[in-house]
Write a protein that binds this ligand. Structure first.
Ligand code: BDR
Ligand code: CA
Length: 311
């Protein structure tokens, strides 16, 4: 069983990633859900994570609140995509599911330090602030991390929040650079691959018709979320970014990966937050990332539905 920590900023697509992780009870020991400021401010992302624990009937899952702003710059949010609540599309309420007192960064450090070497999988689906801060404060956590599977970055798709930057990396490029330089195995689910995972009408209908309330709620979340990208890209459905991370840990052969060097632009005038991906090996910079570039999208949605039905 894989020991995982999911670090997120829900966000409808983070919510689907959470649901998938919480459904995979036989495959994952979910040590905790840590939340960060990103799509919406921290007080909403931590609440939204707790709502998802209730929707998914997982009272045992511990939720921690972490950084309320990036390491250096001011917070940039994405209500234009996710709505004011971050989880527009379903009824929002103050959940009973508790928020742990411990800070998310302290939790990540403690969970790693008390674990065996090479045993923890980190799954960041928001800005990398919490993970970057934990690595900076306590480098002894590094050998404990088996793999980091994160959503962020872009090469062929360029950017979504600016012409050259993907949202998660753009919000906290300094944190992203700490993570990319940490020396542990990293898998990156960038826009290049998430833009191949589209929530077409047929696929959302299938989720709604799973015959469960959870299926209906997830379908409603996706329907709100997809309207922004459908209009922007003129496509049927939106890229379902964040669940690609969890799906990779459940079924890695859905994805094609290439080992590359990735650096983050932290000071560019127009390019702050851009991921500089040496896809063709034209530098002597050592590979630090397995970059996902293709996915079996039908297989992805089959997997998602197989797990959502368990909730
Ligand atoms: C990423 O940004 C957020 O809006 C989504 O939740 C996803 O993590 C996509 O660029
Ligand atoms: Ca996210």
């Amino acid at each position: 069983m894989k020991k995982i920590i999911l670090d997120c900023d829900p966000g409808q697509d983070d919510a689907v990633a959470l649901a998938l992780a919480m459904a995979a009870k036989d495959e994952f020991k979910l040590l905790g859900v840590t939340t960060v400021a990103g799509n919406v401010p921290l007080k909403l992302t931590q609440r939204n994570a707790r709502i998802m624990c209730e929707i998914c009937h997982r009272p045992d899952v511990k939720v921690y609140a972490g950084a309320d702003k990036p390491i250096v710059q001011e917070l940039v949010t994405a209500e234009h995509v996710h709505g004011k609540s971050g989880l527009d599309g379903i009824d929002i309420y103050e959940p009973n599911h508790p928020l742990e007192e411990k800070h998310a960064v302290d939790f990540i450090i403690e969970a790693c330090l008390t674990a065996d070497d090479n045993s923890i999988f980190l799954i960041p689906t928001g800005p990398l602030t919490n993970i970057g801060l934990a690595m900076k404060r306590e480098p002894a956590i590094l050998p404990k991390i088996k793999e980091i599977v994160l959503m962020g970055g872009a090469l062929k798709e360029a950017g979504n929040i600016t012409p050259s930057a993907e949202f998660n990396i753009y919000v906290d490029p300094e944190a992203a650079q700490i993570v990319l330089k940490c020396g542990r195995p990293i898998v990156m689910m960038s826009l290049d691959v998430t833009h191949q995972v589209l929530t077409t009408k047929k696929r959302v209908d299938a989720i709604r018709n799973l015959g469960s309330i959870v299926g209906q709620q997830i379908a409603s979340l996706i329907e709100f979320f997809e309207r922004y990208d459908e209009e922007k890209y003129h496509i049927d459905g939106a890229p379902l970014h964040d669940p690609c991370t969890v799906a990779f840990l459940l079924k890695p052969d859905l994805f094609s990966l290439k080992e590359v060097n990735v650096e983050v632009e932290t000071s560019g005038k127009f390019t702050r937050g851009a991921t500089v991906v040496d896809y063709w090996g034209v530098t002597d910079r050592a590979p630090n990332v397995k970059w996902a570039y293709a996915v079996n999208d039908e297989g992805f949605f089959k997997l998602l539905n197989e797990y959502l039905i368990k909730l």
